[in-house]
Design a protein. Sequence first.
Length: 411
Amino acid sequence: MSMNKRVAAVLAALLVLALGAPALAQVTFTGTVVSRETISVSAPFGGLIDEISLRKGDPIRVGDPVATIKTTKVYAEMDGVVSGIFAREGDESEGIIERYGGLMYLEPINKYLVAATTEKAYNSSSTKYIHIGEKVYLSCTKDGTHVGTALVTKVSEVDESGNTPYTLEVIGGEFYMGETVGIYRDSSHSSESRIGRGTIQQNAAVPVKGSGSVLKLHVQVGDVVERGEVLFETVEGVLDGMYAVDNTIYSPLDGFVASVEATQGSAVEKSGKLITVYPKDAMQIEIKVSELDLTEIHEGDKVSIEFEWDVDSLRQLEGVVAGISSVGDEKAEGSTGGDAKYSAYIDFTPDDTVRLDMSVIVYVQEDGPASEPEPEVESEAGDEAEDETEEDTADEAEDEAEDETDVQAGE
């Protein structure tokens, strides 16, 4: 007889003696809280781990941050107005740039350029030499009513005719597109300070490019931005149209951290594991059943569960046997004796006090045969009392008969 059966028999006998009535046979097993599965939380995009603070065994809930992945921030290279955004969050940069030339465009705050040359400059050595970055003054050649200021932004090599082409960016004043202007070094527009002539052109919008996939846009069309302002963020790899709200990865489930695969500062690829989680709703109890006890427990049996740390409180949870393995545990090498052990798993609903690897006691209720009533055993004193009662009854009957005979004789 196995130990579990002996324990069950003793408990059943004690219960019968205590209650004086038939009782259900009870089989007990010891077990451990386990998880029937693990779920991995992966990176939706690649990059360097900026922050991860979880450790094995930490509880985790839906929405808790798992890790933060560094992104590449793209900044405005000049003051301007966002004029076109062709990328959307989740888009791969390469395809958008190939089609549109950029992920977005910035129109410069200074909307005019002047394509100029020294051909009409005053005939002197100083007016033939253009300094990049110098401030100059403009006046339309038609009637002088349109005036403004500009900066020299580019100076090219001398052409075949001996003139120097250069480019201005207008920083003040209003002009017509295609309008011809004279360019001067003094605000009075004196002919001696004239360094050339040019044509008003549109200062073209500048494409803004990036690499990887767009994670987050920080601007909208029409926004006025300053140089150095963040326009968008990108991450490595392809997002396949799925993107995060930001570069923080959040837990999709409640549970306990089984392992941490990523470390701060390490590189992670798209779909690379960050952590592995034991889901809270996947908790089970595993018990080992001797081959001698397999007839005492069946799939679908209802059980009661006590936790060894809390056994004095008499608190129990209910569960159901979910399954019993058909293959026994491997015995130690060289072992020849002993009965085989089989794993059985019990489904139950854990509360907040339950943790993995806790030790439990499982009670399986069985319908046992009805107990036969014991024959009544009468004591010797009871027998003697009964004999005396019978003798007294006989004496009384005899006395009554004699009385009736005397009465009849007198008559």
